[in-house]
Design a protein around this ligand. Structure first.
Ligand code: FAD
Length: 412
């Protein structure tokens, strides 16, 4: 085995360099630095920056509590979330999934800034810049080259471990450090178009602060997420053929508001909206996503349909687990073993998330029925983001059995 980076060169050296300071990168950085690991976290966008992904699971609430951020969440007046209401086709059916732990809906520009501040407070060195290249010696990753924001010169940093938390940029995959990015057959032709409304109609009382999902038909749905007292994030998800059919993102948004669900239409009718944004082809997987001196966290290696809001949750849970694997590896130098264990952990959770989404799309009516009756306990637990050790749950066994029998479902 090659020697690990010894930090005796003239170059700057850290135990860990993290590419990207979104929720995954900052959470990983905070956990590592609070245990005394030296961390450099590099971010290419100036914070605060807009990001999609505002509805959080109970699992995120648990990690925020661990990081000591619960009272700051309240001070910042993030919206406490009591659950998710799923409203069926033509608003004729609905079911409600309460959260089992305190959690919130967030304005991501502020939430991500708060997590980055936390990481810095824990001792992380944070710099703005774009990581351009991964440094390797043989198959071992030993650092990165980055360009500081506003400068032209490239800086080399050596590190014992480099973590890719670059989100949908999938930096390590593009650098051919990690495996190729493969789109999900089932979800690849989707587009999300989203914006924000002021003064949209909410339900009275605490229900008005919850996430609402509007279902129309296979791969046609919308979200309605209150993110402040007067602002709601609204997004339409449809097959990307709708873009060509309707001519552009604004047209698709307006088509969706009119046609996805009458209850959504009623809530935003005749209101003006903010900037319209869009994202497509956002469901993919990268494999392998760990190796000699490197690993990927969160969206940097996998993301699937956002209908159940697992993205931030998976990123933060994986970040915590990655910090455990990295600390063990820094101590006994058995990088391959610990990072492989981390990969197994991630795959278990990501596979459960994927199967829940696939099952919902294949059997939406049945899913709604089960969420209200036979499998309610399991489904509440799972939709709370607690999905890494649940293979024995009756709900998971039953859903997997149904999916395996259904040959029209193509997994990755
Ligand atoms: P990101 O948050 O994307 O952070 C990556 C960071 O890396 C960025 O700040 C980027 O600027 C930086 N970066 C990239 N490349 C470099 C580089 N070379 N050098 C330096 N920095 C770099 N999740 C939820 O939990 N709830 C939701 O309601 C939800 N809704 C969604 C709706 C849609 C339509 C989509 C597509 C996703 C949604 N998600 C949701 C998912 C969620 O947005 C992501 O899973 C989550 O943001 C992933 O966090 P991350 O830290 O891994 O990546």
């Amino acid at each position: 085995m090659l020697n690990r980076v010894d930090c005796t060169t003239s170059e700057e050296c850290f135990d860990v360099v993290i590419v990207g300071c979104g929720v995954s990168g900052s959470t990983l950085a905070a956990y590592l630095a609070s245990s005394g690991v030296s961390v450099l976290a590099i971010e290419k966008e100036s914070f605060p920056r807009y990001h999609i992904g505002e509805s959080l699971t109970g699992m995120v609430g648990k990690i925020l509590a661990e990081l000591g951020l619960e009272s700051e969440m309240s001070q910042r007046q993030f919206i406490p979330k009591e659950g998710v209401k799923v409203i069926g086709r033509d608003a004729k059916s609905e079911f409600f999934v309460p959260v089992l732990r305190p959690t919130w809906q967030v304005r991501r520009e502020e939430f991500d800034q708060m997590l980055l501040n936390k990481a810095i407070e824990c001792g992380v060195e944070h710099r703005y810049g774009t990581v351009k290249e991964v440094l390797k010696e043989g198959d071992q990753v030993v650092g990165v080259k980055y360009i500081p924001k506003g400068e032209e010169k490239t800086i080399k940093i050596r590190a014992k471990v480099v973590a890719d938390a670059s989100g949908q940029s999938t930096f390590f995959s593009r650098q051919k450090v990690a495996g190729e990015r493969r789109n999900y057959d089932t979800f690849k032709k989707q587009v999300a178009v989203f914006t924000q409304f002021k003064d949209a109609i909410r339900d009275p009382g605490a229900m008005g602060d919850n996430t609402f999902l509007f279902y129309a038909q296979l791969y046609h749905w919308a979200w309605f997420i209150p993110i402040s007292e007067d602002t709601v994030s609204v997004g339409i998800v449809v097959p990307d053929s709708k873009m060509t059919e309707h001519g552009g993102k604004q047209e698709v948004l307006e088509w969706g508001l009119e046609n996805i669900n009458p209850d959504l239409k009623r809530r935003v009718e005749n209101l003006s909206y903010g900037t319209v944004r869009t994202i497509s082809n956002y469901s993919y997987s990268v494999d392998p996503f760990v190796g000699n001196g490197w690993l990927c966290v969160g969206d940097a290696h996998r993301f699937c349909d956002p209908i159940f809001s697992f993205g931030v949750s998976l990123g933060m849970v994986e970040a915590k687990q990655a910090s455990i694997a990295i600390k063990k590896a820094l101590s006994d130098h058995n990088y391959t073993h610990h990072f492989q264990e981390y990969a197994t952990f991630c795959n278990r959770g990501q596979n459960v998330a994927q199967d829940l989404v696939l099952y919902f799309w294949q059997y939406p009516t049945f899913f709604g029925y089960q969420a209200k009756s036979t499998l309610r306990k399991d489904i509440l637990h799972l939709l709370g983001g607690d999905i890494h050790q649940v293979e024995e749950f009756p709900a998971i066994k039953m859903m997997r059995q149904a999916l395996n029998k259904d040959l029209s479902i193509k997994k990755i």
